[in-house]
Design a protein around this ligand. Sequence first.
Ligand SMILES: [Zn+2]
Length: 578
Amino acid sequence: MKLRSLVLCFLCVLLASVVNAFALDREAFTFAKYDLNVRIEPEQQRLGVRGTITLRNDSPTPQKIAVLQISSSLSWSSIKAGGKPLQFVLQPYTSDIDHTGALSEAIVTLPETVPPKGTVDLEIAYEGVIVLDATRLTRIGAPEAQANSSDWDQISPKFTAARGLGYVAWYPIATEAADLSEGKNLFEVLGRWRTREIASTMHLQFAIPSGEDEPPEFLVNATTCPIAHEVQHLFAADCTYRLLGTLAPTFVIADYEIVERAGIAVHFLHGHDASANNYADAAEKVIPLITEWFGAARNKAETADLIDPNSAPYESGSLLLTPLTSADPKLAGLTAAHQLTHAAFFSPRPWINEGLAHFAQALYLEQQRGRQAALDYIGLHSSAFAAADQQREKQPAAPPSEDEVNRSLVNTTDEELYRSKAMCVWWMLRGMLGDQALKKAFASYHPEDDKEPSYMPRLIQAQTQRDLEWFFDDWVYRDRGLPDFKVASAFTRKTLPDGYMLTITVENMGSAGAEVPLTVKFDGGEITKRLVVRGKSNGVIRVEVPKPPEEIVVNDGSVPESDTTNNTFKIEAADASK
Ligand SMILES: [Zn+2]
């Protein structure tokens, strides 16, 4: 009897913990506001933080428990509300959202149940070290050197750089575990966090002991950071982040020298003068193109050197961290076009923000080396996502209609889509509208008014008489995959005195429609026209040529396509002479 009740009791404990595990909703609260004092001690590689965070219950159910997570190399020292210590349970939580591959998780019992949309202020304190650590990469088999050049974040006497969410949880977060071994899972977790945090704010008061020597330079990617001063060997800066979901708060401390130009400042490490000047020169030359398309810079672009020449570059807004000496000097202009676009144009929507920065790179290549160079660059990007697209069609992750919405440019968290595919969409829009109309649409865009996914499409629609709804529906609001064009038929008729009228039917076997260029080649020349072919439809066009037509090529590479092997159509000499 006694044994039996023990077994039963054991079962109830087990059941209770199972229930708890289900009840713990790590993503119930939005971290609406951070107000933190951050002390960084490079000599000790230490970070100490105290301050207040405001959590808002964005779940539909009342919450009594809040989860707070920081990097596993940091530890919680206190969590209070209204000055009273709260009960909390600490546990390590395995998650690849942090470079160490784990988080120090505090499961906090709140003083009162927080109803949906209700908020609670928590006073928090934690500290610890941030050292070079690439555990999350090495444990899935990445070679150590490669892992370290990707996860290069650290606080150290020589060089300090720490990126926020997705690299180092140096400020509190709460997400379900991210797993790098599961394909795009980390991006999905990051995407959910960014969406929740889109309108959140963060206020940081940094304090850095600066020793006897001249203080090192301090760089952040904050929205504003107006107050920075040094008093008695303590450097202080007062920084604010708005629209937190669009940025991962990042700080850098190093003995930088600086080359300053109109529109850009390049912070470089000792001895890297030549590379820094090369980049600044290249950037200066790109500025007129970027201004012409996206207007004058909203803020100065900042480029900062990384100490390890193998470090992977990282961008956040118009701040670019990159090892200056190992960058290919020939690619400086291309990199600068991207960075300067971020300094000139901002959108909280990744397909606009990143898509346009990549689009600007194609514009730059066209200006420097001609249209074909731009099309080659676009082709390089589109072949990457076209391959992924075909893979997905074989193994859809969700029902087709749901998948179409999840993977749409307005919703996706997939970088390949909101960078590469978005770039192609902008390039196609340029082809349909022309440069002037598209520039006008950009000039009328105000990020603070962008409250609906349809805001930008409406601004573009306002610049043209043509109906673009079908295009936005196939490419922006939904992911209808890619077109697949082929010339279904071509009939030639001789006209007087010695011209030829060609009637061409183009079939689109894919589900996404597009306006596609079509070139008719003849002895001594060619004529290019544009033709709209909707998804799973045919389009017909007539082209008049002065000599017998020899070949038709549909799509010059400006429209991403699932299959480009069927784009050339040969016209038999006998046909043409009829
Ligand atoms: Zn970018």
